[in-house]
Design a protein around this ligand. Structure first.
Ligand SMILES: NC(=O)c1ccc[n+]([C@@H]2O[C@H](COP(=O)([O-])OP(=O)(O)OC[C@H]3O[C@@H](n4cnc5c(N)ncnc54)[C@H](OP(=O)(O)O)[C@@H]3O)[C@@H](O)[C@H]2O)c1
Length: 261
């Protein structure tokens, strides 16, 4: 699996990452098919499979139900082999999202993520945008709070999972990493991804399969599109199906080996 620099953070990550929404949350998700949470043994097997395939980036969030807590409990000695990306600013409970970007809430969220993940530092924390990207970045206390946590050594890199091209561009002044959406049916953020690359800001791609709506047959076109962007550090595909993870890894490996134009 090809490894890429995560912007200027000094970290390198596998060009295919693993999204873990489905490790911990079944309600109010946008996937095409209903599913049940995988059992502990299944999650352990998925983590081992990811490592075997060279996938070493895990993306989680407090808003993904029990995802962080389960990763903390089930990673065990695997923890240091992964780059863990989590988020702050969004909570999901009782079927409802709540957002708080105050300094106190961001600090409390990151401290709780460290406890849930059973680790003393996390490689990356992204602000989990509710759509007010520019307000969060320019007016709220959130980025300053993350910078404080970075100085304390609890977080290595900080950024935002944005919801708009404008938000991504706004993030380039203050963030080490951004998470953007890119797939063949949504190219609106491609220019911002290129601008991030020019500024040395790492880019993670979310929803590369349009949250599963592109299906198995859409994987190659999407990975080709995303991985041909030199600025994309890792394409984070969510999955709890080992055959899909193998398929995605095989395609990522092949498109990189064939060379990307
Ligand atoms: N605001 C945010 O910060 C935000 C928002 C959305 C997502 N994310 C992150 O980005 C990750 C990816 O986004 P996403 O999970 O929404 O969508 P995605 O990666 O585009 O799609 C995931 C869906 O595709 C299916 N899938 C995966 N590989 C497949 C294959 N080879 N063939 C057929 N189906 C396949 C998965 O089902 P199986 O489980 O059956 O494989 C799952 O239902 C998330 O897990 C999360 O970590 C962040």
């Amino acid at each position: 699996m090809q490894r890429r620099a995560l912007g200027s953070t000094g970290l390198t990550v596998s060009c295919l990452g693993l999204g873990t929404v489905k490790f911990g949350r079944t309600r109010q998700v946008k996937y095409p098919n209903a599913f049940t949470l995988p059992g502990d043994d299944q999650v352990r097997d998925i983590l081992d499979l990811a490592l075997d395939l060279g996938i070493d980036l895990l993306d989680t969030a407090p808003a993904y139900g029990t995802s962080e807590e389960r990763l903390g409990r089930l990673l065990g000695p695997r923890r240091d082999r992964f780059c863990i990306v989590t988020k702050a600013g969004e909570e999901f409970s009782d079927g409802q999202s709540r957002f708080d970007f105050s300094a106190g809430a961001i600090r409390a969220s990151v401290e709780r993520s460290l406890a849930r993940l059973r680790t003393d530092r996390v490689e990356c924390v992204l602000l989990h945008s509710d759509g007010r990207d520019e307000w969060i970045l320019r007016q709220s206390e959130a980025v300053d709070a993350l910078e404080d946590l970075k100085r304390e050594g609890k977080v290595r890199a900080v950024g935002i999972s944005a919801k708009s091209p404008q938000g991504l561009l706004c993030a380039l002044d203050r963030c080490d990493v951004v998470m953007a959406t890119l797939h063949p049916g949504y190219l609106d953020e491609r220019d911002a991804i290129r601008a991030a690359h020019a500024r040395g800001v790492g880019v993670l791609v979310k929803k590369a399969l349009a949250s599963g709506h592109l299906g198995s047959e859409g994987v190659e076109a999407s990975l080709r599109l995303c991985l041909s962007e030199a600025g994309v550090s890792s394409v984070v595909i969510g999955s709890i199906t080992p055959a899909h993870i193998r398929h995605n890894a095989e395609i990522a490996r092949r498109v990189c080996a064939e060379g990307l134009s």
